[in-house]
Design a protein around this ligand. Structure first.
Ligand code: 5AD
Length: 465
């Protein structure tokens, strides 16, 4: 009987992609996957440390594996991801009973580390950085034999990993290391393989994806990478995340506007609407400079939808600073906002700053941020009522009764599910809205790979000039 892997991954899209690689590697070693923790022979916890809460979730799961050892003495537990990278051997001292601690750059060695731990009957810790771009390669998990999983509708493709910026709140440069770009030939080869397998949408990912090639370490520029990916025959849609505002250029806006598969949506984290707070965060731009980037993008794509990340309660943030953030939310008209209370992270500069904000104030600001976000997204969504939108269907809605997918502008759409499958392209007439989604009836449905000719053209955005 083959050994079973239970894998739980927390955090960002980079971690999601890494989790796919871990699954692919382990399947290559003959493992089967299980969703039931109690059935596992190997448990891999792939961690996130962006905020304190994310870190705690991983410890909760590791705690549960302790009891399992009594029933299955051969059980192996491995911890990877950002917590593993940052804490390394210290994790052993927490008495979590770990067999392997593997850092963010050591994923491809996981099978051999598990083997070594078994052979030597002791714990293994590997957290060195590794700047060989080959470490970003890996099996696509659904290509591994016998899995039986269909190709996903939308697939993540790593183009860059790590971060050379130094935002004072952020732990990522310490956990993922410095920026490493993947050669364009490897990226394009993966995109082609995905499209051949029936993937409809490609999401190019990196911590600061639009900084790709800026330091001269890639063979082409990011705008040219977008062009090349767009030219891969059969690609339906292309998205990319996450973008760093100072690296938004005219060349990027032009490439987005010019490439038909590239969607009219950009996730552009602003973090704060106050130049004073942005300076303390060391974000490398002011409020005015950010708004200028938005103007530049929208002059190339008048219907561009924007989403963002915002931190409330950064040390020293006054009520006036916060009201500038609320004002910016309105001014930009974001379709979606991911808001977070500032959380102290080890090894970063912000914990040493003056003016830490009490938790109650942070929470109250977050509530007000979400109220503002809801008002703006309702305003944006209301423009869609009565319109037909092209929806790439991703799968069943959480209620199990409808199907859901996204518009090119990244708006979630729910529609009655009869006769619709994941990967289909549906033309949906919008009847109702919620802050997060559009709800309507599918009028026409086209099978996968017909996405090359969108059923509702890109110029049907009601907000377009
Ligand atoms: N506290 C709160 N939020 C944070 N983020 C990053 N670091 C912190 C922190 N220390 C948020 C930022 C980032 C998103 C992924 O997480 O908004 O864009």
């Amino acid at each position: 009987m083959s050994r079973k892997l239970f894998l739980k991954s927390f955090g960002c899209q980079m971690n999601d992609r890494d989790a796919e690689r871990i699954t692919g590697l382990m399947r290559r070693e003959g493992y089967e996957t299980t969703e039931v923790l109690e059935e596992a022979d190997v448990v891999v916890v792939h961690t996130c440390s962006i905020r304190q809460k994310a870190e705690e979730k991983a410890y909760g799961l590791l705690g549960r594996t302790r009891a399992l050892r009594q029933k299955n003495p051969g059980l192996q537990v491995a911890i990877g991801g950002c917590v593993a990278q940052q804490q390394g051997a210290e994790l052993m001292e927490r008495n979590l009973l770990l067999d392997v601690v593997f850092g963010t750059h050591q994923i491809r060695r996981l099978p051999e580390l598990l083997e070594e731990a078994r052979r030597k009957q002791r714990s293994i810790v590997r957290t060195e950085y590794d700047y060989d771009p080959d470490r970003l390669e890996g099996p696509l998990f659904w290509e591994s034999t016998g899995d039986g999983r269909a190709a996903p509708t939308s697939a993540l493709v790593t183009v860059q990993e790590g971060c050379n910026k130094s935002c004072t709140y952020c732990v990522v440069p310490r956990t993922k290391g410095a920026e490493l770009c993947r050669p364009s030939s490897a990226i394009l080869d993966e995109v082609r393989r995905l499209v051949e397998r029936g993937v409809q949408e490609i999401v190019l990912i990196g911590q600061t994806v639009n900084s790709y090639g800026k330091d001269g370490s890639a063979d082409i520029s990011f705008p040219d990478l977008l062009r090349k990916c767009s030219n891969v025959e059969g690609v339906g849609r292309i998205r990319f995340a996450t973008s760093y505002p100072p690296d938004v250029t005219e060349a990027l806006a032009a490439a987005m506007a010019e490439c038909e598969p590239v969607c009219e949506h950009l996730h552009l984290p602003v973090q704060s609407g106050s130049s004073r707070v942005l300076a303390a965060m060391n974000r490398g731009y002011s409020r005015g400079a950010y708004l200028e980037k938005v103007r530049l993008l929208r002059s190339a794509m008048p219907d561009l939808a924007l989403s963002t990340d915002i931190i409330v309660g950064f040390p020293g943030e006054t009520e006036e600073d916060f009201s500038l953030t609320l004002d910016l939310v309105q001014a930009v008209g974001y379709d979606q906002i991911y808001g977070f209370c500032y959380s102290k992270r080890p090894g970063t500069q912000a914990p040493r700053m003056e003016g830490h904000i009490p938790d109650e104030v942070k929470k109250e600001r977050l509530v007000r941020l979400f109220e503002a976000a809801k008002r703006v997204s309702m305003e944006n969504n209301s423009k869609w009522i009565g319109r037909d939108v092209e929806v790439l269907i991703e799968g069943p809605s959480p209620d199990g009764e409808r199907m859901q997918g996204r518009t090119r502008w990244n708006r979630l759409v729910h529609t009655a599910g009869a006769g619709i499958s994941a990967g289909d392209w549906a033309s949906v007439r919008v009847e109702r809205i919620s802050p997060q989604s559009l709800i309507g009836q599918a009028l026409r449905v086209a099978a996968p790979l017909c996405g090359i000719q969108p059923v509702a053209g890109r110029h049907c955005h009601p907000g377009a000039a």
